[in-house]
Design a binder for this molecule. Structure first.
Ligand code: NDP
Length: 277
């Protein structure tokens, strides 16, 4: 019988770690499958997916810049993908395309389980309101933080996330949108979901927000320390970058497809020492 086939679509895609991650998950759990990286032309994401389905593909991950197109393509969406407006995990079965978003749950699992940091009852500051922040919204609120403050360069995008949060109705804490300049008070946990670290920049937030911060998380992953985490450490916070989130979102996708939850800790050690980011 043919191997079950999966892939990741992106553009560019050659540096993706997903094929190596899923191959390691498969061998660890004794599953037999094939997982490849596929470069989709910028104007041909949908035909590329259809081609993969025609070849017998069972599921796919989706990365930059196709997460919105994947959302539009799906016939069925999980609630967290519907709220995020973005899809990173597609499952193909019986002609139906199911879309999910595992980025946010990957973030929350990395913070709460791997970094052993509670979100429940804490004051959380989320920096950024792009795709990664949207994906994180519902999983973060499900942890019932005391408050969630979303700060973004473009305030309207932070306000949109606050509206989405109100629509979920399950969250009982406070939620507010701020610009960098309006930020005041201090926070227990600060999560950087901006792409500022890619340019070695730090969002221009007042240093005082770190006064009581015990933990800071940068979704970007890097072998060296990210500029945001360096800033947070100077303020006395414990820090973590997004490698664990990357592994956890992959583990959740693997679980959706295969019904088995792989362990991420051995991969964390592998990718960290390999220096492959
Ligand atoms: P988007 O392009 O969707 O959003 C970018 C966000 O960053 C926006 O809020 C934008 O603000 C803000 N921003 C960009 N440049 C700056 C700057 N110089 N100063 C302040 N704010 C800035 O990106 P994503 O949400 O997809 O990704 C964000 C980060 O998360 C990236 O670093 C990415 O690598 C990481 N990521 C990590 C994952 C993981 O598994 N570890 C998974 C997904 C993402 P504005 O709205 O004003 O433009």
């Amino acid at each position: 019988a043919q191997l079950d086939r999966y892939c990741v679509f992106g553009n560019p895609i050659q540096h993706s770690k997903s094929p190596a991650i899923h191959a390691m998950f498969a061998s660890q759990t004794g599953q037999t499958l094939e997982y490849s990286a596929r470069l989709a032309p910028l104007d041909s994401f949908v035909p590329s997916v259809q081609q993969f389905i025609a070849e017998g593909g069972k599921g796919a991950n989706v990365t930059v810049p196709f997460k919105l197109e994947a959302y539009a393509l799906a016939n069925h969406l999980s609630e967290r993908a519907a709220i995020a407006g973005a899809v990173n995990t597609l499952t193909f079965s019986d002609g139906v395309i199911v879309g999910d978003n595992t980025d946010g749950v990957g973030l929350v699992r990395d913070i709460t389980e791997n970094a052993k940091t509670a979100i429940v009852g804490r004051r959380i500051l989320l920096l950024g309101a792009g795709g990664a922040a949207r994906g994180a919204l519902l999983p973060l609120l499900a942890q019932q933080p005391a408050s969630l403050t979303i700060a973004n360069r473009t305030i309207s995008k932070a306000e949109d996330l606050v509206q989405l949060a109100h629509a979920t109705k399950t969250y009982r804490g406070e939620i507010e949108a701020k610009t960098w300049q309006d930020l005041n008070g201090s926070f227990d946990v600060i999560i950087n979901a901006t792409s500022a670290s890619l340019q070695s920049e730090v969002p221009p937030i007042p240093y005082t927000v770190f006064a009581d911060t015990s933990f800071a998380y940068d979704m970007m992953y890097s072998d060296g320390q990210t500029s945001f985490n360096r800033y947070a450490e100077q303020a006395g916070a414990r820090t973590r970058d997004g490698l664990g989130m990357l592994l956890e979102q992959a583990a959740e996708a693997f679980f959706i497809w295969r019904g088995v939850r792989p362990q991420t800790a051995p991969l964390f050690a592998h990718f960290r020492t390999k220096g492959s980011v």
